[in-house]
Design a protein around this ligand. Structure first.
Ligand SMILES: Nc1nc2c(ncn2[C@@H]2O[C@H](COP(=O)(O)OP(=O)(O)OP(=O)(O)O)[C@@H](O)[C@H]2O)c(=O)[nH]1
Ligand SMILES: [Mg+2]
Length: 295
């Protein structure tokens, strides 16, 4: 390892659905963090480690910044704020179709004034003129951010430039982790996110927000991986919806989750899902703690 290596922690923040998790998956070309077209997909911090030239970029994915009365959502907001405070650098994502309000709120939240890069995301969704207008609107804050970079994950626009710019602003520091690893998260936790991702995709209305997943156990052998998991819901009627007519919805969730797990572990996987009812879990501190959301 050369003495000139750079390394640091980059908190990736922005409103729900801004494209934070998609960006991190794109960097490593793996589905390590959960992505959904529905908002509030990410609930906990997770890390994605990217090597770029002589730099180790440790990205911390965070739940979207938003206010809510629900205890689970307050936990999510706290997770994001903690990540902001602990970072060497912040990457703030602003979808190009948004106004400046979320960015202005973020400036207030960033009380330690940790340096940040502003990433205008989803630029595939607007014309060049609209993009230019948005960039011009941000000019009044140009002394606040280090750089402003427009990008689209859908089109893969300028990704090496994004990584290079982030690396440039990191401190000179030895690598924190083995350069071969993509994340410090446990496989079990990634499986949980992949199953949650399938629930988000295959169910509608309140189910994504009133459900969660507990991995009971994983049994590994050379060729096969057996994963046993609980889907936790809030009521009996939600249990019925998740199972669906003749168990069809649960089958669809299981199929999608199994395929995502297999594409990550490269092994044939047997996935067994059970649905359990835990009334009021998202509003109760003790139940949240049991699911790993510790305040
Ligand atoms: N058109 C377009 N869609 C994108 C782009 N990047 C992400 N998306 C979509 O935006 C949606 C939200 O993406 P996520 O990565 O889950 O967003 P997030 O910021 O992590 O959201 P939370 O976890 O809820 O805070 C998904 O449907 C993505 O496919 C992009 O560059 N262009
Ligand atoms: Mg996310």
């Amino acid at each position: 390892m050369s003495e000139n290596t750079k390394a640091g922690f980059i908190a990736v923040v922005g409103r729900p659905n801004a494209g934070k998790s998609s960006l991190l998956n794109f960097f490593v070309q793996e589905n390590i963090t959960m992505v959904s077209h529905k908002a509030n997909a990410t609930r906990k911090r997770s890390d994605v480690i990217v090597m770029h030239e002589d730099a180790q970029l440790i990205f911390i994915d965070t739940p979207g910044l938003h206010e809510s009365e629900v205890l689970l959502n307050q936990y999510m907001m706290e997770e994001a704020i903690k990540a902001i405070g602990d970072a060497d650098l912040i990457l703030f994502l602003s979808p190009v179709t948004d106004g400046l309000e979320d960015y202005e709120k973020f400036l207030k939240l960033n009380s330690k004034n940790i340096p940040h890069i502003l990433l205008l995301t989803k630029i595939d969704q607007v014309s060049k003129e609209k993009l230019f207008k948005k960039i011009t609107a941000f000019v009044k804050y140009q002394d606040k951010y280090l750089e402003l970079i427009p990008t689209s994950i859908k089109k893969g626009t300028d990704i090496p430039h994004v990584l290079g710019t982030i690396a440039k602003h990191l401190p000179t520091h030895p690598y924190y982790y083995d350069p071969e690893i993509l994340t410090t998260q446990k496989m079990k936790d990634i499986y949980r996110e992949l199953i949650r991702g399938a629930i988000f995709d295959k169910t509608s209305k309140e189910i994504p927000y009133f459900s969660d997943v507990v991995i009971e156990r994983v049994e590994e052998s050379f060729e096969l991986e057996k994963v046993y998991a609980q889907i936790v819901v809030d009521s009996k009627s939600q249990k019925g919806i998740v199972i669906g007519n003749d168990g069809k919805t649960l089958q669809r969730i299981g199929k999608m989750a199994r395929e995502s797990i297999e594409s990550l572990n490269g092994k044939k996987t047997f996935l067994k899902l059970f649905v359990v009812v835990k009334k009021g879990w998202s509003k109760d501190k003790k139940s949240l703690g049991e699911l790993g959301y510790n305040f």
